[in-house]
Design a protein around this ligand. Sequence first.
Ligand code: SUG
Length: 446
Amino acid sequence: MTQYEANFDGLVGPTHNYAGLSFGNVASLNNASSSSSPKQAAKQGLKKMKALADLGMIQGVLAPQERPDIHSLRRLGFNGSDAQVLEAAAKHAPAIFQASCSASSMWTANAATVSPSADTHDGKIHFTPANLTSKYHRSLEPEVTGRILQATFSDPEYFCHHKHLPENDHFGDEGAANHTRLCASYGDTGLEVFVYGKQAFDLSQSAPKKYPARQTLEASQAVARLHGLKDENVVYIQQNPELIDQGVFHNDVISVGNQNALFYHELAFNHSDNALQQIRKKFKGKELHFICVKESDVSVQDAINSYLFNTQIITLPSGDMAIIAPTNCQENPTVESYLSKLVSQDTPIKQVKYFDVKQSMQNGGGPACLRLRVAMNEHELAAVNPHTLINDQQFKVLNSWVEKHYRDELKIADLSDPQLLVESRTALDELTQILDLGSVYPFQQI
Ligand code: SUG
């Protein structure tokens, strides 16, 4: 049976902005209050999706969330009409207000953890939305993310959806950003590699000191249990806490895997030798490629600035792998030279393709943050909501939809404009029809 790995990218929402909301994510802090372009951001994302579809990949799209999140502001005691809620929150609690306006659901690597049917106890694809408890603005996402995932993967014969984990720092879960699956081919049982930042119930263990560890071991273990993964097919590895303190706020900022290749920085993991040995021992395929980048080749700082590891490694229909990198890698001479050497070496990665996703990068989101991977066989693919798959037609429709509804420029002060709320809801209402999602948004359920 034919097997695929589909990428479901997050569509950038109409309120994409830079509010400096993510302590520990250096790009987010550095660009706080810069003006953004929601239109450009959405188009950059769509262009990457179309390019991957043109390469013969299965490419899907996940809808953004409703922002400003009036519902969450009402829960915090702001009342009156929607316009009054906006005005009062922006005036009396500007930081909370800005958090309620973030388009952060665009980074769908944080939407959920997904285990393909070859790995799970019941032979279905399992989804657990991430609770994203570490950041208030992101903790607003899981409920609606769950609904969007259910509307995209709705057939219970093939897909099993769990509720997000308990909303507490002890179970802080950031989804696929800290999860990689290694396998011989997509349809084979894989080794699911969960990378955590700290152990929440054992404070004697090492943990970062300056910035938060957003993923806990206990959360990763709970997801593995929910998905019915066998112990022999799972490893738990700790991220190097010193790197979290340098701004590596997720594992996908310092390592990425695809099939039998793991591309990582030599300082990525705590007790690295032991971690890699566990992977080697449990990996069931024949050949495993550890592609280790030395600090002397590319420093951690260069990796963070360029997002060398927030690249997507994809397997092209030809069987070769390609690395999808942000143009920021091309603009960094050390990283560019590393990548051009990499594709000529004896690894499965044979091509590098650069994409301008700068609007996302300025908030700390590279190509890999923008996508959620779902490995599927042809029956499962046939059960996916077809309107969420990118082809020439859907690309055109979505581009025109962005053109029609999105602003060219957005400043923090614009977020309290009641007209922006109207524009966003109008756009999203139309989008649910384009993608055939049903009423997934709170404003559609009143
Ligand atoms: O959660 N940035 C996101 C970036 C997510 C990147 N995802 C992965 N690495 N998988 C975050 O920190 C910034 C929003 C702002 O500051 O306006 C933000 O949420």
